[in-house]
Design a binder for this molecule. Structure first.
Ligand code: SAH
Ligand code: SF4
Length: 341
């Protein structure tokens, strides 16, 4: 069976090439073709001998995901991609454009086992974890199809990255590697619904990326209602984990807070949130809910501003996130869901 070359880290590739009788610099050449020159056919790798190209062709394929659908927002160029993987499963990515920089929002799982009630991905069930090459492949796919260089990466697409821990970490090493995608770790963000022991492991392993926690509610009773996993890991445990994370890394942490009308947008919700986050260096992203679930509505602008002001009064910096790509269902999980129907 041929192997997906995109699943190979630098050292692994050198090791595997050695077994095939190919020297280290051959691995450098192939990586240069794939990740720098964007040549995905071994036949076209002209600085390799015919014989070497034949061996590579027998042993590897280059698993760029197949583009099934691409929607480009007329408002802000936000681009949404639906990909087909080798086994026929589909996943999504989004590319966001802001002042000359491109941010890729990528998936780590087909579906998601966490099943948050407001989330399109969560509602579509869980199929499987992605391999590192399928995570990295999304970046290549975006770059090829939009003719851009991705500068920032957020693990905010489909799935929970910390429930696919090893492949997520491997994909980060690959994104960061000079001979692969060469993206600075400071430009990579993992967004998690919150798995306390994995958050602490990220810090202890000195992974070096930025962390965003999807908190969405500061009390267990409210968080239980929208995030089933909260019954396993309470708000207190999450807050403890991010405190610990900050103690070890010194990094500022982003808190994601979806605002849902008449659910978690009251002044007392803001007060409780501020209370929970006391003493932690955070930035809070306030996100009006995308009404995937018809029971959830966006708060009024006024209620969102009121929420923000209360945080401010407690010295907590926040931003009401400007929505991107509203004309193309840019919230991850929506495009796939429509295509599954
Ligand atoms: N599983 C991870 C990362 C993927 S979800 C996590 O939950 O953090 C990425 C972000 O999109 C999360 O903050 C999530 O809460 C948010 N999200 C999901 N559905 C949404 C919706 N309907 N409206 C607004 N944000 C949503
Ligand atoms: Fe999974 Fe994140 Fe969606 Fe929750 S919000 S179901 S954790 S992808």
């Amino acid at each position: 069976m041929r192997k997906n070359l995109l699943n190979f880290e630098y050292d692994e590739l050198i090791e595997f090439f050695k077994k095939l009788g190919l020297e280290k610099f051959r691995a450098d050449q192939v990586l240069d073709w794939v990740y720098k020159k964007r040549v995905f056919n071994f036949e076209d790798m002209t600085n390799l001998s015919k014989e070497h190209r034949k061996i590579l062709n027998e042993k590897f394929y280059i698993g760029i995901p197949k583009l099934l659908d691409m929607q480009i927002s007329k408002i802000d160029r936000t681009t949404k991609f639906l990909w087909e993987l080798q086994d026929g499963n589909t996943i999504e990515s989004v590319a966001l454009f802001h002042s000359g920089r491109v941010t890729a929002c990528i998936s780590t799982q087909v579906g998601c086992p966490v099943k948050c009630s407001f989330c399109a991905t969560g509602q579509s069930g869980f199929v499987r974890n992605l391999k590192s090459g399928e995570i990295v492949g999304q970046i290549l796919g975006i770059e090829i199809n939009r003719k851009v260089k991705v500068g920032n990466v957020v693990y905010m697409g489909m799935g929970e990255p910390l429930l696919n821990f090893d492949e997520t970490l491997k994909s980060i090493r690959m994104l960061n590697h000079k001979k692969i995608l060469n993206i600075s770790k400071r430009r990579i963000t993992i967004s998690t619904v919150g798995i306390p022991e994995k958050i602490i492991e990220l810090a202890e392993k000195d992974v070096g990326v930025r962390l965003a926690l999807s908190l969405h509610a500061a009390t267990n009773s409210k968080r239980d209602e929208i995030i089933p996993l909260n019954r396993k890991y309470s708000v207190d445990e999450l807050i403890y984990a991010i405190r610990k994370y900050q103690e070890i890394t010194g990094d500022r942490i982003t808190i994601e807070y979806i605002l849902i009308r008449e659910f978690n947008d009251y002044p007392e919700d803001a007060e409780r949130l501020a209370e929970s986050l006391k003493g932690i260096n955070v930035f809070v992203n306030l996100i009006p809910v995308n009404p995937v679930n018809p029971n959830f509505y966006r708060p009024s602008r006024w209620a969102m501003e009121r929420f923000k002001q209360i945080l401010e009064r407690h010295g907590i910096e926040s931003e009401i996130r400007v929505e991107k790509g509203t004309d193309i269902d840019a919230a991850c999980g929506q495009l796939r869901r429509r295509n599954l129907k």
